[in-house]
Design a protein around this ligand. Sequence first.
Ligand code: ATP
Length: 254
Amino acid sequence: MILQARNLGWRVGRTQIVGGVDLAVHEGETLGLVGPNGSGKSTLLRLLSGILKPTAGEVAVEGQQLGALPRRLAAQKIAYLEQQADTGEAITVRDAVELGRTPWLTPLQPWSHEDDRIVAEVLADADLHGFEKRYWATLSGGEKQRVHLARALAQRPRILLLDEPTNHLDVRHQLSILKLVAALPVTSIVALHDLNQALTCDRVGVMAGGRLVALGAPEEVLDVERIAEVFGVRASIVVDPADGARIFRLDHIR
Ligand SMILES: Nc1ncnc2c1ncn2[C@@H]1O[C@H](COP(=O)(O)OP(=O)(O)OP(=O)(O)O)[C@@H](O)[C@H]1O
């Protein structure tokens, strides 16, 4: 297991925000995390990233306790893309993406051609060609989102934690980014609101009330009864006759 959470929890005062999460993530898989607003997806990702210290349980990365890893080493292993990350700094797109290389640089191993190559590659992956010299503050929401993704990819992590990476993106970029993440030789956990996007993941975890209430193959976990129970909506499954793909149609429960 590349990432493992045992009885993971986080509380503020007496309020339990996330509790009792047991999760074993397989190397190379793309795990989708779905759940209603406030169900604890972001908090769980923050706990798995090490940004938030658990108040119960533990996280292990490649068998090592995350809390005991030096920050630099943790940042070489895990990249975390926050939901509404922003920066007030007057930096360019290229500066922002280059920051992703920070965990790998030392006085003995300064910036090299290899770092230039990686930055060029991730700028292309995130479809940011021609944006390198633009200032962050001048970008649209979707362009900023793609810069954040490029920065996370430049980190060349073993594990990529993405909090709603598609929420500002147009349809083409939503599709290309999810496809890119699935094709990368990296383990990814992706919080998503679109249940049809979740269907394309290797496995899906469902959060409700701070608990991981289901985990497994998308078609097993996202069944009509669970969607009604967790999201309070009626789902019907439509099959595309062209290729047999399943698509959710969602409506209010009357
Ligand atoms: N520092 C905090 N103090 C108090 N409550 C908090 C704190 N951080 C998070 N919460 C609460 O914990 C719950 C879970 O929040 P979280 O952001 O993890 O949910 P989420 O599933 O990511 O939601 P969304 O889909 O809206 O992004 C929410 O009700 C939120 O208000």
